[in-house]
Design a protein around this ligand. Sequence first.
Ligand code: ARG
Ligand code: ASP
Length: 734
Amino acid sequence: MKLLRLLVVLFSVPMFAQQGGMWIPSLLNGMNETEMTNLGMKMSAEDIYSVNQSSLKDAVPHFNGGCTSEVISPNGLILTNHHCGYGEIQSHSTVENDYLQDGFWAKSYAEELPNEDLEVTFIVSINDVTKEVLNGVNALKTEGEKKALIEKNISNLQKTYKREDWQNVMIRTFYEGNQYMLFVTESFEDVRLVGAPPSSIGKFGSDTDNWVWPRHTGDFALFRIYADKNNRPAKYSKDNVPYKPKHFLPISLDGIEQDDFTMVFGYPGKTQEYLPSYAVEQIVNELNPAKIEIRDAALKVTDGYMRQDQAIKIQYASKFARIANYWKKWIGESQGLKKSNAVAVKKAYEVDFTNKVNAAGKQAEYGNLLPEFERLYKEIAPYALANDYFQEVVLRNNELLSVGFRLYQLENTYKQNGEQAFNDRKENLIKGFEALYKDYNKKVDEDVFEQIIALYGKNAPANLTPAIIKNVDYAKLTDEVYTKSALTSYDGLKALFSGSAPDVIKKMNQDFGFKVAKDLAKDYFDKVAPKYQELNTEIAALQRTYMKAQLEMNPDARIFPDANSTLRVTYGKVDGYEPKDAVSYDYVTYLDGVMEKYVPGDYEFDVPAKLIELYDNKDFGPYADKNGKLPVNFIGTNHTTGGNSGSPAIDAEGNLIGLNFDRVWEGTMSDIYYDPAICRNIMVDARYILFVVDKYADAKHLIDEMVLVHPKEKLKDNKLKDNKLKKTKKNKKK
Ligand code: ARG
Ligand code: ASP
């Protein structure tokens, strides 16, 4: 029975089913355009990406490198997720003025809040530069030589490629080294906070509901891009003016129905869809469990403090959300990979692949790929695990250790590059540390340290565990670190940082906290990192050939390049799913569901009084559906991943219908194995966003700058006609 199911899975929804995929926007002509049209799209590929006229891509900037945003007004207003702007909202918050808790709405341009270190980046053009990047590479023997020449070719292109002064050039690899694309980009650094709902709307359900459907979260925030008077990128200045975009998205008031076409346009970060079965086995059985256990411990400690103390809650909110997010994702991912028999499906695929290689007489070229993978993944296993322990414990979950690690790098800078380099780096670090210590609590950090250092000491591969944490009394070690070290406060750190470089180095080395961090780092760089990197380079080379072979053996398959933080299009339809026997999920949730989940005063499920009042009065303005209910979230079959947060969900005609922000629990394994039967992306319904801005926040001036349309009723209002007219005029001019 199980085997039968497996075979059904294998042949009905193999890796290349007619769904899923994250496609390059400049290459949609042909297969993608046909599929999209079949799904109901009324646009052409040229409407989505064009270099000759304004197109959808001109409305979709990368938001600070990690999320996506979209322009929704002619005055540079952009929409992204609440969780993407969370750091900015938090940075403007204090206990007295808590925008995380109460929300924030600028009433005029003058009230919009500038943000340091926030930028958005538009794509101007995309070009294939594979030939140029790989020029001369095939003649070389070693991976090292190849890598060096590729880097040189890339850096040449970066210098010489034609662009305007204010633009940048970025080159990325696709299909694991088989294709290279060049992006001309424009980055804007003056991006101001315009509006954010309270967390009880923007983060409703918090970590309990995170990665879960049915969902009821208004996960959105508004920012505005400012430019200089020539509409070009500029550093923050009060003289800057709202940016005039080449394109902005009209917003549909007509909402969604079952099977409606949807496309999600954004910057997916990383997927690994073409891993061999051995790699997936390792993730499920070894790496995910270790990372989950460490974060589990760190989160329990932090959560305890956050519930007791409002100041700690604000300090740790953003960090906690970040750590909790992937902790929960890895749990769902492991479950999903197991439940969908991903390893067995991969193994069957590999048998099929081998048969094809044999049939094509390509054994010499491709016959050793899978046995080599098997050998290498076995060899890398302890190093990969030790690497994860180091990364999670030293760099991600404990602040004293991560500060100590950066001081260790600073010491190395001095040894390698001298005093000037040391001072430059120190100045940079001080700025970052000031912000870090603003949100630092010694007690929280100390308790986390004790828990996770013990896990590291006891559970990392024995021969790769640093001596300083092996077979020791962890309570005593922790106590010693936190009583003696100066790294537990900003003042302590500043005192450590005063004086000449040799003075600073000497003081650092007398600090016990630094000593522990340095020992861990040295041990890692002596015993783990070199071998881990060496094996990874071999695996990457193999993966490049495996990718090439898969493309060659399956010439008609829908093989998309793994996500790499570049702009992609994914498309599908509005659809529910059946997560398990006898359970079936609908595709849309309503405000009624918010009220069902409401727990007065709860930190995750409280509902603001004003929202309850609007609900009780059914005061939904023009935003309710035809049954008078207010939609909140909906799901679709779009293949998304981390980085797609804040991506626009776009209807058949190019209007905004939703805002992507998450995936469903049963489908979180989609980064490794996409199963169209249960993988769904979660979006905020555009009507809920408009409702919150208009009815809840009374920010009608923001609604006024948007263009709201009725594509289904074909009753586009006058504003839209104006907009279209303007656009056609503009195009004619060109
Ligand atoms: N899971 C979503 C994503 O990966 C949302 C995360 C933000 N929300 C949270 N409760 N941590 O980003
Ligand atoms: N929540 C994710 C993000 O921030 C999206 C996802 O992983 O589905 O990009």
